[in-house]
Every structure is written in C-alpha cells, then in structure tokens.
Design a binder for this molecule. Structure first.
Ligand code: URA
Length: 236
C-alpha cells in the first residue's frame, strides 16, 4: 500500500494490519487498483442547457415546506462528468449556510474517505436526496423525498457516473426504494431502481464520527466499491 494512502487511512483512524507470514490476506492486501484516479474529463458543461435549467428549477423550488425554512438550496457540487457520484441525505446547518453539500465535520470525513480511495473531492459529483435542510436536521419526510427525488434522478442521468456511492441509511433506503436495514444493504452491488446503474452503500460519515469503531467496515465498503467500479465498463 502506498505511503500516501496509508497516511489517509491513519487519518481516518483505521488501523492497517500487515500480513503475517502465512496468514490470510487482510485489508492491507486488498488491491486498491481502482484508485480510480479517473482524471476529470475536460470540457466541463457549465453552459449545458440541461444543467442550467435543472439548477434554476432547484433554486426556485417551492414544492414542499422546506423551501420556507431554507437559507438556500444545496444543488450539488463536483465534476459533472465524474465516474463516481456520492449521494447523502440532506443539507445540515453548514451546508444550508454555504450552499454546498458535505462541508461540515461529516463532509471533512467524507473528503478523507475519498482521499483514501485515491479520489479528490473535485473528481466526484456530490449531491443529496434533499436539496433543502430539514429543520433541526430531522429525517426527511416521505413527501419531501418524493418531491426532490426527480431532481436527483436528473442529476444522475446528466452525470452518468460509473458507480453511485450512497452514504447512510436514509440516502440508501430512499434511493433504492427499500426499508432494508443498512447493515444488510452494505457489501452488495445494487441497481438504481428501473435502471442498470450500479449503487454501493456505506455508512454515513456523521455516523462514523459518532461510532468510529465502524470505520473499518466503511473502509471495507469503499474497497468493495473501488473493486466493483474497476470491474465495470466505463459509463458510455
Ligand atoms: N449530511 C448529508 O447527508 N449531506 C450533507 O450535505 C451534509 C451532511
């Protein structure tokens, strides 16, 4: 494992076990080939009319009551031609203030997780199920998810990622239209309902901040995601 990745794993507080002579391979030996430093493809589509219309629709959205309490909508950020898309739950206070997803403490951990995968934050596209902050960070209501999901689905179509990494129970259950517990959703390749688009699920970084002992499992999920992405054809 290269020194930089080791350093990032240490920064995540993930112990990296070394293989003893004759012992079974452990995390350290998992190939991180998918370090998928898939370089951001040039030709950003800032002037793409589809993106422009979508951004404007989200900015002006009043489909649910969250539009009354938000400071601003949080559209999503990153490479609009990314091979990886990260999907979280909803903006928190920091995101509502700054207009960007995952900028608080959980966001910093997400950035470290991506770095451990060999990805810069700018190389992925990051979005949430909800574009507006639920007051007091309560769970999204089903009707809020129902109103907001079409925006996310359009983002997914436009980005056309090779793989979606879904972080947290709420994001996973909403996206996969299931109530299966997150513990059972982890470690499997899912498909975005109605499509062939691959989805992998891991814990939410905010949960990992509260339960650092679970970081090892999250790292296993990320390794699974990397190896899965590597085995998939690039998105057309
Ligand atoms: N948690 C999320 O799910 N999304 C954010 O943008 C921030 C925190």
């Amino acid at each position: 494992m290269d020194a930089r990745r080791l350093q990032y794993l240490k920064a995540l507080d993930i112990d990296v076990w070394r293989r003893r002579e004759g012992a079974e391979p452990v995390v350290e030996s998992v190939p991180i080939r998918a370090a998928v430093t898939i370089a951001a493809v040039a030709g950003e589509t800032a002037a793409n009319p589809d993106w422009t219309a979508l951004e404007s629709a989200v900015r002006g959205c009043t489909l649910c009551a969250l539009s009354e309490s938000r400071t601003q909508t949080v559209f999503g950020v990153g490479d609009r031609t990314a091979q990886w898309m990260v999907i979280g739950e909803a903006p928190g206070a920091d995101e509502d203030r700054e207009g960007e997803p995952f900028v608080g403490r959980a966001g910093q951990l997400l950035t470290s997780m991506l770095k451990a995968m060999g990805l810069e934050r700018e190389q992925v596209f990051i979005a949430n199920i909800l574009k507006c902050r639920p007051p007091g960070n309560r769970d999204p209501k089903p009707e809020e998810v129902a109103h907001c999901m079409p925006y996310l689905k359009q983002q997914i179509e436009l980005v056309n990622p090779r793989l979606i990494l879904c972080v947290g129970r709420i994001a996973a259950q909403s996206l996969l239209e299931t109530d299966t517990p997150i513990g059972k959703l982890r470690g499997q390749l899912h498909r975005l309902p109605g499509t062939e688009r691959p989805v992998v699920v891991t814990y939410h970084p905010a949960y990992l901040l509260r339960s650092p002992g679970e970081k090892r499992k999250a790292w296993a999920d990320l390794v699974f995601a990397m190896n899965t992405a590597e085995g998939l054809a690039p998105s057309a």
